[in-house]
Design a protein around this ligand. Structure first.
Ligand SMILES: C[S@@+](CC[C@H](N)C(=O)[O-])C[C@H]1O[C@@H](n2cnc3c(N)ncnc32)[C@H](O)[C@@H]1O
Length: 259
């Protein structure tokens, strides 16, 4: 069977002008745009991001797909199965489907599951991934702080799956990124206090969106249920750049970086 092409399109962190040219082209030319949302009645963040740029077209289908915010495997499997069947109907009719996903498709994205499933369900299908600006790039830009220099190491933690080992992680990495915060903020603040890193952490919700919120003092947001689009970044290192400060002959300096 000749299937339509399946695209996984990263639509960036929120601001429509952070959509890439390739994402815009792919979305404009697809027969179907598949749009994930967390409930049947809720809005799709991906559609909110792309609508001002690509608009509605009468000959292009918008296929809203519900993926509930749940950890129950049975409920999730059912939702994915229904969504993938709807996508399959279109692909089997030779129509191209662009699955729009917030940020980048390779990071905690529903498209990841679709990618794993695609060759099994639709053997020989052409799949193309269009990278997007991830929240991991957007949040440091909002904060004006680099994530890592030279020899520094980064940890990325999906906090809503548990932060019991956070003290160890904070002590082991130069920068720790906490995503999917859910209701874990009190535990995160507690771990930051125990490691003496509270003043080194920043909270950013809805980076690059009109509702963007930044809190340099995490105690301000400690008792709130985390925003669905919020991140905490903790950077331990005091950075002085390569030109400042005294350099001892034995000091380990970052290798020059190209790119
Ligand atoms: C399911 S993951 C999707 C990540 C997305 N694929 C990416 O590349 O950014 C959702 C998590 O990403 C983070 N996130 C996504 N967009 C964000 C934004 N605009 N501002 C802050 N955090 C964001 C939050 O931690 C949120 O809980």
């Amino acid at each position: 069977m000749r299937y339509g092409t399946l695209y996984g399109v990263g639509v960036g962190p929120g601001a429509p002008d952070l959509l890439t040219l390739r994402a815009i082209e792919t979305l404009k030319h697809a027969d179907v745009i598949a749009l994930p949302r967390s409930s049947d009645y809720g809005a799709s963040m991906a559609w909110r991001i792309i609508e001002p740029v690509i608009g509605k077209r009468s000959d292009q289908e918008r296929l809203f797909l519900t993926f509930p915010m749940s950890k129950e495997p049975v409920r999730l499997r059912q939702a994915w199965d229904t969504a993938f069947a709807k996508i399959g109907e279109r692909l089997e009719n030779g129509r191209s489907v662009a699955f729009a996903t917030e940020g980048d498709p390779s990071l905690y994205s529903t498209f990841g599951y679709l990618l794993c499933e695609a060759q099994r369900r639709w053997p020989g299908i052409r799949v193309e991934v269009v990278p997007g600006v991830s929240s991991i790039a957007a949040v440091p830009a909002v904060l004006g702080v680099p994530l890592a220099d030279g020899l520094e190491r980064i940890a990325i933690i999906p906090a809503n799956y548990g932060v019991d080992d956070l003290v160890t992680i904070l002590n082991s990495f130069d920068t720790t990124i906490l995503m999917k915060i859910g209701s874990e903020m009190p535990k995160i603040v507690d771990a930051l206090k125990r490691t003496g890193l509270l003043h080194k952490a920043a909270y950013v919700a809805k980076a690059t969106m009109p509702e963007q919120r930044v809190a340099a003092d995490l105690q301000e947001v400690c008792t709130e249920r985390g925003d669905c689009f919020a991140m905490v970044v903790v950077t331990r290192r005091e950075r002085s750049g390569v030109l400042a400060g005294e350099v001892s002959p034995n000091a380990v300096l970052a290798q020059p970086q190209v790119g």
